[in-house]
Ligand binder design. Sequence first.
Ligand code: 4HQ
Length: 249
Amino acid sequence: MKVDIVTIFPEMVGAALATGIIGRAIAGGRLDVAVHDLRDATTDRHRVVDDVPFGGGPGMVLKPEPLFASVEAIRAARGEPAAVILTSPDGRRFTHAEAERLSRLPHVVVLCGRYEGVDERVRQHLATEELSIGDYVLTGGELPALVIVDAVARLLPGVVGDEQSVARDSFARGSLDFPQYTRPAEFRGLGVPPVLLSGHHREIERWRRREALRRTIERRPDLLKDGVRDRDDAALLQELLEQREKGAE
Ligand code: 4HQ
């Protein structure tokens, strides 16, 4: 997969992507990321990327010319992208389902906003979609771009060592994770659920599924509509809901 990121902080974005699993994916050629300095697409002596808003008001707005020029240079050098994404709090929410969709595209461009916003003509005539990583306001689109690239890249074949673990990820399943324990079996008087030490793999699977569903009911009931996989799940869920009703009495 090819990804092009347009930013006024290329060092920040480059450093984050050089690290860890994503860094290894890029070094191994599974992911082709190019980071572009928006100022390289300016034509004036001072490399200006922003200006005051028409109509007045506080803050600065990213100018259209450098963003259009940057994407045109990317098109010429790297080919026509399947999506041009603008990171924005006004965008559609970026979810695991969106990450899966993007991971099936061969080439995406991500435009990082800065300042108070981006000229509306960029949204309407350059970006093909706007994505938000959540309902809070950041100082720029660099962290959202990194979040999107990280979540998408780990879905590409060979990027995360264990393919099975990616398929079993909580949001891929539609429920939260089950509780995990590691050694020691007793820590400061705190034990581990005995079933996990029992070696009974079927019972361990059933316990994990039950605990995952229990957590999901308690913390994220909104996820449950997609998280019930089969009749076993439905039975576990029924059991948990009945237990909860009793507990509430
Ligand atoms: N910003 N999800 C302001 C965000 C954001 C978000 C990006 C801040 C764009 C101009 N982007 N700039 N939340 O807060 O994507």
